[in-house]
Write a protein that binds this ligand. Structure first.
Ligand code: ZN
Length: 368
């Protein structure tokens, strides 16, 4: 593990200014980190105003800065360099917790993690050496995106010190934001961008910490015989004969491409398109676009990646459930609605569903 040293900031300048054109809205959001040549600019939205602090790099590996509105009791740390190559193959692991499609619903995300034994009352990691997997779609719809991002970024670091891990996989809503399609982001983020005198896309561009962090994430993660992906893997993807690592790299290396450029390349068009890893719905229902996959077709996917189960989000179900005798596990159980939703604990060979209140039941009574 990299040695991390807390950097005391040398210069902290605060600018506060009002934006004349925008009606101030009563909420607080941030911090947003923008990279400068010799440091970072840390911005907050505070009831229609921008609050901005500048911190200088001085050769250390981590920068620590105060929390919302310069609250010294609350600090954030970011590494100066983000590893963009997290491992995508992990051996057998004794405990894994997975949920997906949080879509900005920070309050119930916290409730789910607390009542499932992942974090304590103070939002600290208590999952030991477990792996927490977010199976895509943190972004869009809800108003708690920034809060979720900072919670996860903090837990990533805490988990490491217990031998645990937090793994965020990219969903179609992360891809949309990174490809500058901001249609589904709540209006508040447009207002924050305007107040910062930026375009909405600049909140997550390559010069921001959120942007670099998102671009470092994988699309596929294999843990022993389990494969995690946001929407699913179609037989068309199998025909491309790509490895997990090749797919992850193809996504990372082409994430900035616009849709027109993607369409000129058959493999990329498939990966990012409706039969790709971010949008596919063929496990769930038959539509004009998606003929429902057969068990024989699905078995070819398991064989290709040498796994026994594929765990997906994206297509919302009433509850976490299984298809094909437990070979597909669908974990998007509607957290996006803001008042329900579940997570799945995988402990050795036990698969236990937790609801928001921490009520448990076995997964395998839930075959669709
Ligand atoms: Zn999705």
């Amino acid at each position: 593990m990299k040695k991390r040293i807390i950097l005391l900031h040398i210069i902290s300048i605060t600018f506060v200014f009002l934006s004349a054109q925008i009606t101030p809205q009563k909420f607080i959001d941030g911090p947003y980190i923008f990279y400068l040549e010799n440091g970072i600019s840390v911005k907050y939205y505070n009831n229609g105003k921008t609050i901005s602090n500048i911190y200088k790099f001085n050769g250390e590996q981590e920068i620590t800065f105060n929390g919302l509105l310069n609250d010294k009791n609350c600090t954030y740390s970011i590494p100066q360099n983000i590893s963009d190559n997290p491992n995508d193959l992990i051996g057998k692991h004794e405990k894994i917790f997975v949920c997906s499609d949080i879509h900005g619903q920070s309050k119930i995300f916290v409730e789910l993690l607390k009542n499932s034994g992942i974090i304590d009352e103070n939002r600290n990691w208590i999952f030991g050496n477990g792996i927490l997997i977010i199976d895509g779609d943190i972004f869009d719809r809800g108003v708690g995106v920034t809060e979720i991002l900072w919670l996860i970024i903090g837990l990533e670091k805490q988990a490491q010190s217990f031998g645990g891990e937090v793994r965020v996989l990219l969903g179609n809503h992360e891809i949309m934001v990174l490809q500058n399609d901001m249609r589904y982001l709540d209006e508040k983020y447009n207002l924050i961008a305007k107040t910062f005198e930026l375009e909405p896309k600049n909140l997550y561009d390559i010069n921001t910490f959120f942007g670099k962090w998102l671009r470092s994430k994988n699309t596929l993660l294999k843990i022993d015989k389990l494969l995690f992906v946001h929407a699913g893997i179609s037989t068309k993807i199998v025909e491309q004969n790509l490895s997990i690592n090749e797919i992850n790299n193809l996504v990372k290396n082409n994430i900035e491409l616009d849709r027109k450029s993607i369409k000129t390349n058959e493999t990329l068009n498939l990966i990012f398109g409706s039969f790709g890893l971010f949008w596919y719905r063929g496990y769930f229902y038959k539509t004009k676009r998606y003929p429902k996959i057969t068990i024989q077709e699905f078995e070819t996917i398991l064989t290709q990646f040498d796994v026994e189960k594929i765990i997906v989000g994206h297509t919302t179900q009433k509850n976490i459930l299984t298809i094909f005798d437990g070979k597909i596990i669908a974990v998007d159980s509607g957290l996006k609605y803001g008042d329900k939703g579940e997570g799945l604990l995988i402990e050795n060979n036990d698969f236990t569903i937790f609801d928001l209140k921490g009520k448990k039941k076995s997964l395998f009574n839930n075959e669709k």
